[in-house]
Design a protein. Structure first.
Lengths: 274, 350
């Protein structure tokens, strides 16, 4: 009798929690009909936000993969003094409040910041440009990939890398043909997570890049800018962003299923500092 | 000499120091796990840097601590087969073999009878097939020497004998200098022309398998090659024999000469089992209940007191051997070899 009571209470708690998490998402779609959503696709604010988001995130994502993958491989496979510190530093932006990230970026790259003078001399103005959006996304979302990639490379059996070397492959070929494919599922999960975080980036971007329609106004910023101007438009933007996020989430869940059976899929495996 | 090495590799509790020459032959290093066997192979392959020493292959220097030479693994002509084979799980058999050298892959797939598995992933293969793929892959690079790390360890007991025979045949066909390490003396003696016993980072004895059995240099080698090892105190007798009072109190005789603390080595195939001490030429008899019986194919290992003897299954049935039955285990004085004990606290041989 008491056991049944406990199970009932637990089920109720689960129900309340799920309903609470789902309600805001459901509410957006109840307020915006699919027809309305399609109509908004040629609204200039929506189109501009879509373009800015796609472009800045595309560049930031590519840079994340290009810089993050070799960096993560190095950190995961090499033993060097200060390695544990390096790993901790890559994780710092994960716990930094976005407002702090924004002010930090301004202090470093802003016109009056640490490197502002250097950039000025080179004729570069970062503040309130799309480059600033890219930097903000890189700083906030990049570590999600880096951290996951380190864990993924650490999980690759070192014997596999040693085997490749004894078979005549240099370090470069070993990385491309053995380490990369074996870490692929972990890298994919990290990439998807980082992309999702980047698309949703708000705090650091609005402080460092501002919210200029067609220039720096990403999807998240457009929702904020529109919600006291045109609430329906804000809702439509929100609905679109939910769809994008859902697609990313599905991709994360699907990757381990179709990717290499040999490496274990992990979404948030801790990167052990040995 | 194809390979010559003289290296020192510091390990956690000891330093591995080994000098070795491998000619056109198969040489096996045997020793208990943790003896540093794998380190030797890795040092030759370039995966581990010795603290000092020299490694040379076909006259070319691979490593020399004094001259500061240390070729990376990809520049050494070495085929290393890892203990668990280390096949790339994301590549097909064909791609695994081709990783070492694409030109030779088709020929090797044929030769190792794995051509029909070309498209399969390593995860779908049996232990024996995996070993053949690993060997083919290591050979695809056209190495000057083959290194095998515990080639039998990844196999289950019932495929072992067959795979060992197959490997033996293959190594013979290849005619490639081969250095293999194993913890199993039986595997080593079946596969290798010469066997070196290493323990605690030292090469204790190197010779043909039958030489090691016939004249083990010390108690550890004797135990490792499968002999019974009894401890006792030796003194000469008037008849020119040596009498050894075992620690348990029993007395045995040997034709070897020794005095003081010794190990008495008796190989299982020199122990005969009977219901009563026979009036034959065997001088040594141990009467005790049978404490265990293990059947190994057509042989039965019988443990009587401190001794393990081997008899045929037919004899075991004829004598109606069973646990607890009191029997007499006998061996001749010529079958009792006396060896020095390195130290009394030494680990028990496996």
């Amino acid at each position: 009798m008491r056991r049944a009571g406990f199970r009932l209470a637990a089920a109720l708690a689960a129900l309340v929690a799920l309903a609470f998490l789902l309600l805001p998402v459901v509410a957006i779609f109840l307020r915006v009909s699919p027809g309305e959503l399609l109509n908004r696709l040629d609204d200039s604010v929506v189109v501009d936000a879509l373009a800015v988001t796609a472009k800045t995130n595309g560049i930031a994502f590519a840079l994340t993969l290009l810089l993050g993958t070799p960096a993560a491989y190095l950190i995961a496979t090499q033993r060097f003094p200060g390695r544990a510190l390096a790993i901790t530093l890559t994780e710092l932006p994960l716990v930094l409040p976005p407002a702090v990230a924004g002010i930090g970026l301004l202090a470093a790259f802003g016109r009056l910041g640490l490197l502002g003078g250097t950039f000025d001399a080179l004729g570069l103005r970062l503040g309130f440009t799309q480059a600033a959006v890219v930097l903000a996304v890189l700083f906030v979302a990049g570590p999600f990939y880096l951290r996951q990639a380190i864990a993924a490379f650490e999980a690759v059996d070192p014997t596999m890398l040693a085997a490749a070397r004894t078979l005549g492959a240099g370090p470069g070929r070993t990385f491309l043909r053995v380490a990369l494919p074996l870490a692929a599922s972990g890298l994919g999960a990290g990439a998807a997570l980082s992309l999702a975080r980047g698309i949703g980036e708000f705090g650091a971007t609005i402080m460092f890049a501002g919210s200029l329609q067609g220039v720096t106004q990403t999807f998240s910023l457009a929702i904020y800018a529109q919600f006291d101007v045109d609430f329906t438009r804000a809702l439509a933007l929100g609905a679109l962003l939910v769809l994008v996020s859902a697609a990313v989430l599905l991709a994360i869940k699907a990757i381990p299923a179709w990717r290499s059976r040999s490496t274990s899929p992990f979404l948030v495996a801790p990167s052990s500092s040995r | 000499m194809a390979l010559s090495l003289d290296i020192a590799v510091p390990r956690r509790s000891f330093e591995l120091a080994l000098a070795l020459e491998v000619g056109p032959e198969t040489l096996a290093l045997v020793g208990p796990s943790g003896a540093g066997k794998t380190s030797v192979l890795h040092a030759v392959a370039g995966l581990l840097r010795p603290a000092r020493g020299r490694v040379a292959l076909d006259g070319g220097t691979l490593f020399d601590s004094e001259e500061g030479i240390d070729l990376p693994p990809e520049r050494r002509r070495i085929g290393l087969v890892f203990q668990e084979y280390a096949l790339f799980p994301h590549l097909s058999v064909e791609a695994n073999v081709g990783f070492g050298g694409r030109e030779r892959a088709p020929e090797l797939l044929e030769r190792f009878r794995i051509a029909h598995l070309a498209k399969a992933r390593p995860g779908e293969l049996s232990g024996g097939e995996r070993q053949r793929v690993a060997l083919a892959r290591a050979l695809a690079r056209d190495p000057a020497i083959l290194l095998l790390d515990e080639p039998m360890a990844a196999l289950d007991a019932h495929t072992r004998t067959a795979v060992r025979a197959e490997l033996q045949e293959l190594l013979g066909e290849l005619g490639l200098p081969t250095l293999l390490v194993t913890h199993d003396f039986e595997d080593a003696s079946a596969l290798a022309d010469r066997v070196g016993v290493i323990a605690d980072g030292r090469l204790l004895q190197l010779g043909r398998p039958d030489e090691l059995v016939a004249a083990p240099s010390d108690a550890f080698v004797a135990g490792f090659t499968g002999g019974n090892l009894l401890h006792g105190f030796a003194r000469p007798t008037r008849e020119g024999l040596t009498e050894v009072v075992l620690d348990g109190g029993a007395v045995v005789f040997s034709t070897d000469r020794a005095e003081g603390r010794v190990g008495v080595v008796v190989y299982p195939w020199e122990v005969s089992i009977a219901h009563a001490a026979a009036a034959d030429s065997a001088l040594n008899h141990v009467s005790a209940p049978i404490s265990s019986l293990v059947t190994l194919g057509n042989r039965v290992r019988v443990r009587v007191g401190p001794l393990v003897g081997e008899v045929t299954t037919a004899s075991a049935e004829r004598l109606e051997l069973e646990r607890g039955k009191i029997v007499v285990a006998s061996f001749k004085a010529t079958g009792a070899r006396l060896v020095p004990l390195r130290d009394e606290t030494h680990r028990t041989p496996v």
